[in-house]
Write a protein that binds this ligand. Structure first.
Ligand SMILES: [Zn+2]
Ligand SMILES: [Zn+2]
Length: 389
């Protein structure tokens, strides 16, 4: 089959690789009909996630048709149409029983690698480094899906791929980011990052009853999409974000702040950007945490900071004093996607949300290398790319 392979920093190639096979009794093999490139794939592309190996198959957002099932998968049959969540979860361990699917205790065969960096291991994730299981991803013609009786959700109506594909990651991730804010009527929520996850966080915050949502980014086209989702916007290259947020909230700060940026944030002050960029390049820190620092500083006293942007390791100059002295709550997590599949599919069916608004480009799988380059450099107002194998 053809698959998008990581071949080193800033290099992906679509290569011929062996077809996946059933390895365990709870596996299924899916013929991928649609897959997407995620902002978090850019952290792999840029070389900031450790334990990638040349030839690793990328992709954790995919859906398709079941073509083979293992003997213990009773919930799916050949021909079923499914969306596959990005965290791989067994459904039986203590974490899974508590709905914490992205920290499943049984799905990461390389837990030891992750334990060295993080203390304990999170779940396996498709196409996201050996530290997170070394699973081949879904930017390919076929993918093996472990624990297929737990993760994938069947799509039984005629909703097109483009409306349901993002159940695999970015829609539930944006939703969980807003959910962690405990939104009450009248709340003001600020969202750093107007990429697709930030755009879904904006939409979710409104669906949960937020009165105002303020979105922060530097790309006018992305801010425009957030505005169409109802947000007020700030361009951090044009205004001082902390001052602006204070002005907009009568000096108090937003009730909750969502970091939908993560480890490769940009900063308008060259000296500050250079400081973290150099430390990151020298691998002295793995993150450039401007969005997170700013989200903490901006949040009102007693508010919540919700982190859904991806971080990989350790960071510098973390404003712990602000967090501690002002009674802030920090919440985070890779999305427990399995928890949200049914309720969000229901909202898509009812028309409460149509996630396809984030798509800016549609390409063939073969064009994935061009897609990564475009998405990284934000060429042609690239917001979200869907690939068709
Ligand atoms: Zn993703
Ligand atoms: Zn589990």
């Amino acid at each position: 089959m053809k698959a998008t392979c990581w071949m080193g920093r800033n290099t992906v190639e679509v290569r011929e690789v062996p077809d996946p096979r059933i390895l365990n009794s709870r596996d299924a093999v899916v013929r991928v009909t649609s897959t997407a490139i995620c902002g978090s794939d850019l952290h792999l592309y840029d070389g900031y996630v450790p334990t990638m190996k040349k030839g690793d198959i990328l992709g954790h957002e995919f859906m398709g048709e079941v073509v083979e099932v293992g003997p213990k998968v009773s919930t799916l049959k050949v021909g079923d149409r499914v969306v596959v969540p990005f965290p791989i979860a067994c459904g039986n361990c203590t974490s899974c029983e508590h709905g914490m699917f992205s920290v499943c205790e049984n799905s990461n065969p390389n837990a030891g690698l992750a334990e060295k960096l993080m203390g304990h291991a999170p779940s396996g994730i498709f196409g996201y480094s050996h530290m997170l299981g070394g699973y081949p991803g879904g930017q390919a013609q076929y993918a093996r899906v472990p624990f297929a009786d737990v993760g994938p959700i069947k799509i039984e109506d005629d909703l097109p791929d483009e409306k349901v594909l993002f159940l695999s990651d970015i829609l539930p991730t944006g939703w969980m980011g807003a959910e962690m804010c405990d939104i009450k009527p009248g709340d003001t929520i600020a969202v750093w990052g107007a990429g697709p996850v930030g755009q879904f966080a904006v939409a979710s915050a409104y669906l949960m009853g937020a009165e105002r949502v303020i979105c922060i980014d530097r790309f006018p086209y992305r801010l425009g999409i957030a505005e169409r989702a109802g947000a007020e916007t700030l361009n951090y290259e044009e205004v001082d974000v902390l001052d602006a947020l204070r002005d907009m909230t009568a000096g108090r700060g937003p009730d909750a702040c969502i970091d939908a940026v993560g480890m490769e944030a940009h900063h308008p002050t060259p000296a500050m950007y250079a400081y973290d960029r150099v430390k990151q390049a020298a691998r002295l820190e793995t993150e450039r945490p401007y969005a997170l620092r700013e989200a903490i500083m901006a949040c009102r006293n007693g508010g919540i900071v919700s982190v859904i942007g991806v971080y990989g390791g350790v960071l510098d100059k973390f404003p712990m004093g602000s967090l501690m002295n002002r009674s802030l709550t920090l919440r985070s997590g890779q999305c427990h996607v399995q928890r949200y599949l049914e309720p969000l599919l229901d909202k898509i069916r009812k028309g409460d949300i149509d996630p396809s608004f984030v798509i800016s480009h549609r390409m063939r799988l073969e064009d994935a290398p061009r897609g990564y380059e475009m998405f990284k450099n934000k060429q042609d107002d690239c917001n979200k790319i869907v690939l068709t194998p």
